[in-house]
Design a protein around this ligand. Structure first.
Ligand SMILES: Nc1ncnc2c1ncn2[C@@H]1O[C@H](COP(=O)(O)OP(=O)(O)OP(=O)(O)O)[C@@H](O)[C@H]1O
Length: 274
């Protein structure tokens, strides 16, 4: 799964537009002697059209950062702005029209059918007649490569890859310009992971999305990222195109990119034997 990297809008546009702006971010859990600092003076800007992948060791605060972009967690200090607004504004009922989120395990409602799951944000907002909400959901169902006959299925009857597709269709149902993906290929077999990466690449290119990914998977990182931000030492220690970041001198990066798994993911494909 080694593909040419998509060009970043940031690289091609004269004045790239910041979609996510994080300045001087502190995240502290607990108090006093129990205080635990996750982020300290963290800065990060994500531009329109990028696929920015966040990597870092376990517990470096990648998921917390996604939750802060979504307005589900609040920084202790510093500023987070998403599409020019503080993320608290995303708590409003039409938040899904600005940011779509794909949770690690899909987070589908098990008692709802596929189509009800996809239509849920539109039905909850309640501004569209139900028939139109279901029509829009059906369009998204097919956009993510599912068939109309899958609409009535229940989540328990879906494969892991199909669950991810339904969750993606739900995240996109209100056409948000920003999509957040938490471990999008976790739990998928290699072929389904490749297929899902291909779908995400198509969505990114076709819908002109800005995408933020948290992943541990190097294949996913190399297949999708226009830039990679490495979280370590409570901040972003380096950010840039994957091939550049892989050679930044930091113990986590040496371990992550230049260990066996990293070498495999970065190595050119061996020639085919006849
Ligand atoms: N609500 C919370 N209260 C207290 N501690 C928290 C809370 N949320 C997260 N943490 C802690 O903050 C740290 C960062 O958590 P986070 O889930 O963002 O890590 P991560 O980088 O996504 O890790 P992993 O790669 O293992 O998923 C962890 O030590 C976690 O236990």
């Amino acid at each position: 799964m080694r593909t040419a990297l998509p060009a970043t809008a940031a690289a091609t546009s004269a004045a790239p537009e910041a979609v996510v702006e994080i300045h001087g971010l502190w995240t502290v859990f607990g108090q006093g002697a129990e205080a635990f600092v996750v982020h300290q003076y963290l800065d990060l800007t994500i531009y329109r059209g990028e696929v920015l992948t966040l990597v870092g060791g376990s517990g470096t605060g990648k998921s917390v950062l996604l939750r802060q972009m979504l307005g589900l967690a609040h920084p202790t200090r510093g500023e987070v702005r998403v599409l020019g607004q503080p993320p608290q504004a995303l708590g409003s009922p039409d938040a899904a029209s600005r940011v779509g989120m794909l949770f690690q395990h899909g987070a589908l409602f098990s008692a709802f059918s596929v189509l009800d799951n996809i239509a849920f944000p539109l039905l909850e907002l309640g501004t569209l007649p139900r028939a139109l909400a279901y029509e829009a959901a059906m369009v998204k169902l097919q956009l993510v490569g599912l068939k109309p006959e899958h609409a009535a299925r229940m989540p328990a009857d879906l494969s892991g890859g199909m669950i991810k597709r339904v969750a993606l269709a739900r995240a996109l149902v209100m056409d948000p310009p920003l999509l957040l993906l938490d471990e999008p290929t976790a739990g998928l077999d290699p072929e389904s992971a490749d297929d899902f990466c291909a779908l995400l690449r198509d969505m990114h290119a076709g819908l002109g999305l800005t995408v933020v990914i948290v992943t541990h998977d190097l294949d996913t990182l190399f297949a999708l990222s226009t830039r990679v931000a490495v979280l370590a030492d409570r901040k972003v220690v380096t950010i840039g195109p994957p091939a550049e970041v892989a050679h930044f001198d930091h113990p986590f990066i040496r371990h992550y990119f230049l260990g066996d798994r990293g070498r495999r993911a970065m190595a050119p494909l061996p020639p085919l034997e006849n």
